[in-house]
Design a binder for this molecule. Structure first.
Ligand SMILES: [Zn+2]
Length: 264
């Protein structure tokens, strides 16, 4: 179909003819062709000159806003079954930009976990680097893995409703979307807001370290790295830094329950 004109693919009285250059071998491609043909089905041609139209705006002029809203609603629902793309959590959290992109990739199910690499055609064994027991996929590595569960459990023990969600959730993204603000007017509020990002990021880096550098999985060490990561990311938030002044890093390391205390 490449470089074909509309005329090449449309015959009066007969309708559309795709004239494919190769056979479609993937289910997803056939679905796409079907949906294309469905869209073209109602189109009738006339002699007027062609022009572009942006159908998402009344004015028919493209706007980023309308495009973004479309992607947020339509595509995200289709791809993930979730109602809303958590763009605030991803783009407005005070965390490094590369971590924002990492989270964005995670929410679109595009992280190259072993199950996805296999789907893309790579032949490799699938073994989770963190527990070395189960197969690796996004939900496993970020939520269901024995090691990961232990990490979350230790951290969320300070907030009852999140502890409840953790016990009742098997989808990592769902768990992230359920993440509520911490009831605190102190440092805890800011720590809690970036905690999920820090956990995902540290686990992902640890997993890479295991796969590519023969890294070791040590629970206490991972907890320290997560807390150190949060501690350093707080520097990106001037308000949070006002509150951080009252604490030392060792408070965070050894006094998690003292710092993370809900106030009503
Ligand atoms: Zn695992």
């Amino acid at each position: 179909m490449k470089d074909g004109s509309v005329r090449d693919h449309y015959e009066d009285g007969y309708g559309w003819n795709a004239n494919l250059r190769r056979t479609l071998f993937r289910e997803s491609e056939r679905t796409q062709l079907d949906s294309l043909m469905g869209m073209l089905g109602n189109v009738s041609l006339n002699e007027e000159e062609d022009e572009w139209e942006w159908v998402l705006e009344k004015s028919n002029v493209f706007s980023v806003k309308s495009c973004y809203e479309f992607l947020e609603k339509e595509v995200y629902i289709r791809e993930s079954g979730n109602v809303q793309f958590p763009w605030k959590r991803i783009w407005e959290d005070k965390i490094p930009t590369n971590v924002k992109f990492f989270k964005w990739t995670f929410h679109w199910d595009r992280l190259l976990t072993v199950d996805r690499l296999q789907k893309l055609g790579l032949i490799m064994p699938n073994r989770c680097g963190l527990c070395k027991e189960a197969e690796e996929n996004g939900d496993h590595i970020f939520l269901n893995c024995r090691f990961t569960r232990r990490v979350w459990e230790e951290l969320v023990t300070v907030k009852a409703d999140t502890r409840y969600t953790l016990n009742n959730c098997t989808k990592a993204k769902e768990f992230m979307l359920e993440w509520k603000d911490f009831n605190s007017k102190d440092l805890a509020f800011y720590v809690w807001a970036i905690l999920p990002s820090a956990v995902l990021w540290v686990l992902w880096k640890l997993r890479n370290e295991v796969i590519f550098n023969d890294g070791q999985v040590v629970f206490e060490e991972t907890m320290t790295v997560i807390k150190a990561t949060i501690w350093s990311w707080l520097e990106m938030n001037t308000r949070a830094m006002e509150y951080r002044k009252a604490f030392k890093f060792t408070d965070m390391l050894y006094g998690w329950r003292l710092i993370m205390c809900e106030q009503w």
